[in-house]
Structure formats: structure tokens, C-alpha cells
Ligand binder design. Structure first.
Ligand SMILES: O=C(O)CCC(=O)C(=O)O
Ligand SMILES: [Fe+2]
Length: 346
């Protein structure tokens, strides 16, 4: 959640001889089956991450049960339906997107790492009875991230003697605190009488995520995400080729940390959430859920021992830092991103 881009850069210029604007092109993000941990799956994943920074994962090919996703969204609805004063006790404020306050986004609810099934922060009354369930869902999300990190390690051809496919996952082993977060989000529709102002009414401002990888769960027919790739491109909930009757695939994106670690080879792509046409005509609120996976705080971001990155020969990010004798930890990287966004002193 950094690199906040100013809204003015996004507004389009009007033209006297207005012609019908071409609809923005939908991002052609690949959809991948991750049931096998093999070279072909790994290569597809790395290709998508290096090209788009985003990739869809077929939910049915993961360890995550769709019934659990649906139950999580039920819990999210229950939380967001509680009185604002209740929500405010546990929710993080509007500044999750770099102080951008939008009338189109409810408060967001963040859960950090649980300990023995217990949240390490105040639990909202609406979810108090479901604490261990939420903790279980956090674990499942982390489990999927570990699988994906193994595939990324294979696709990057990390040296076997350095740890091979387990090189990243060993650094995400939950042996201590980490920046990982499970976040519940809610964006209400705009009541017709409130009037929609396209330049102002962005649901979540342009940003990139901080961590290694993010899992994003979306609801059928609740569109709104866009990625910045040759202009803003809408990202569907059900991409081409995925039947709308199937569970929406999980959208995975690369965060700033993994991009830094790989010298920019894997892309941390800027994205935002807007009001899609359907929601301007009395459509649905948007509920989404994000799991931000981070390494353990103490993991040192040394250059990834990857044959593929060596061949590329570019020395940026973690490679640069190590060459200057300034390798940083995951916690320091996160602190730096937060400082850049919120203007905190490092
Ligand atoms: O709500 C969404 O779909 C995206 C949220 C997001 O990008 C974030 O929380 O970092
Ligand atoms: Fe994000």
C-alpha cells in the first residue's frame, strides 16, 4: 500500500469533439491450476508474475475450501453490519490506503498473526465466537502462500544446494512475528441521490501491496478492481474461460517485498478499486478479503540464489543492497514502506 498516485493524474481530459470512449481493455491475467507442484506450473506462475504481477489461481486446485470462503464472507457481512462505534473499536481507520479518505469504503478489519487460535488484538463483538475459525482461515491462507512460494522458487530455478523450492517458504516459516495480515474489506454502493464523482469516488486509491504475495478473494458480480498496465485495466471476478457458476478464482499478486527481493523481476503492480458500472445503477456493495503474506520479521533479504535472476544480470533491489553491505530484514523493509506511505520517521 504505497506509491499512492494522486487522483489528478487519473482524471481524463474532456474533448470538444467527444466521441464514444472505447471501453477499457480488461486485463488478460492468466488462470492457473496449482494442484501439482511441478516445473510447468511453476514456469506459468513466474511468467504471469513477471508480466502482470497478478495471476488467478483456480480455487478448486488449492487447499482452501469454497465453503470456508463463503463462511468468511458471511462473517465479514456480520461485522460490517454492526454499529460504526462497535466497528471503530477494532477496525483500522481510513488510512490503510495512505490517508486517502473515501466515502465509498467502510472501515477495514485487519487480523495480524494469531497465537494458539487467539487474536493478538481486540476482537469485535460480532466475531468473538468465531475467533478460532478466523485463526484457522488465516492458517489456510498461509498454507496456500507457502505452496505458491515453493512454485515461485522452482520457477526462478533457485539453487538446490541453497534450499531449492523451499528457499522462500523457509523464510515464511512462522517461527516468529511477521507482517502477515488477513483483511476484511467492504465498499458500499453509492446511493443515487449522492451523485457519483468519478475523479473523487475511488473506493481504494492507487497503491501497491507491501509484502511477498497477496491473496485476494472476490465475490461473484462484485467487480471494481483495476490494475495499472498501459492505463487502468479492469480485473474481472470471473476471468474469461472461468464459468460464472464456479467459485471465483483467487487473485494473487506480488508485493513490494518480493519484487525488491527479486530485483524487480517479479512485478509489484499498482492497483486500485473503483465503482464499476453495475454498482452505479443500484448494484451490489463490494466485499473483498485480502491475505497479505510476509516473511518472518527477522528474514534477511539477501539476493535470491536464482539461476534465472543471475542470467538476467540486473543488479537492483536486494542485489544492490547486498553489494553495498546493506542487506535489510523483512521488518526493516516493511518499516520503510510504511514510512514512505505515511511519512513516518524511519
Ligand atoms: O478490495 C480489493 O479488492 C483490493 C484491496 C487491496 O488492494 C488492498 O487491501 O491492498
Ligand atoms: Fe492492494
Amino acid at each position: 500500500m504505497v506509491k499512492n498516485l494522486s487522483a489528478s493524474k487519473e482524471s481524463s481530459h474532456s474533448c470538444a469533439m467527444a466521441t464514444e470512449a472505447a471501453p477499457p481493455q480488461t486485463a488478460q491475467i492468466p488462470v492457473i491450476n496449482v494442484s501439482k507442484i511441478d516445473a510447468s506450473t511453476a514456469d506459468k506462475l513466474v511468467d504471469a508474475a513477471a508480466t502482470f504481477g497478478f495471476v488467478f489461481i483456480e480455487l478448486e486446485t488449492t487447499n482452501i475450501d469454497y465453503n470456508d470462503v463463503q463462511r468468511m464472507f458471511e462473517l465479514s457481512k456480520k461485522f460490517f453490519a454492526s454499529p460504526r462505534s462497535e466497528k471503530a473499536k477494532c477496525a483500522i481507520s481510513e488510512n490503510v490506503f495512505g490517508n486517502q479518505i473515501s466515502r465509498l469504503r467502510d472501515l477495514a478489519l485487519n487480523f495480524g498473526e494469531f497465537a494458539d487460535g487467539k487474536a493478538q488484538q481486540p476482537m469485535p463483538d460480532a466475531l468473538a465466537a468465531d475467533e478460532s475459525y478466523l485463526s484457522g482461515f488465516f492458517d489456510s491462507c498461509h498454507g496456500l502462500c507457502v505452496r505458491l512460494l515453493q512454485l515461485f522458487a522452482m520457477g526462478l530455478k533457485i539453487d538446490e544446494d541453497a534450499g531449492g523450492k523451499d528457499w522462500f517458504s523457509a523464510r515464511h516459516n512462522r517461527s516468529g512475528p511477521s507482517g502477515s495480515i488477513l483483511r476484511l474489506l467492504h465498499y458500499p454502493i453509492i446511493p443515487a441521490e449522492a451523485g457519483y464523482v468519478p475523479e473523487k469516488d475511488i473506493r481504494a486509491g492507487a497503491h501497491s501491496d507491501y509484502g511477498s504475495i497477496t491473496l485476494l478473494f472476490q465475490r461473484p458480480a462484485q467487480e471494481g478492481l483495476e490494475i495499472l498496465s498501459k492505463g487502468w485495466q479492469p480485473v474481472p471476478v470471473h476471468p474469461d474461460g472461468v464459468d460464472a457458476a464456479r467459485p471465483p478464482p483467487i487473485l494473487v499478486n506480488i508485493g513490494d517485498l518480493l519484487s525488491y527481493w527479486t530485483g524487480g523481476y517479479l512485478k509489484s503492480t499498482v492497483h486500485r478499486v473503483v465503482v464499476p458500472p453495475s454498482a452505479k445503477i443500484g448494484g451490489e456493495d463490494r466485499y473483498s478479503m485480502a491475505f497479505f503474506c510476509h516473511p518472518v520479521d527477522t528474514a534477511v533479504l539477501v539476493p535470491v540464489p536464482s539461476a534465472l535472476l543471475r542470467e538476467r544480470g540486473k543488479k537492483r533491489g536486494a542485489m544492490d543492497a547486498e553489494a553495498e553491505g546493506k542487506a535489510i530484514t523483512a521488518a526493516e523493509h516493511l518499516k520503510g514502506r510504511l514510512a514512505a506511505t505515511y511519512g513516518w520517521k524511519k
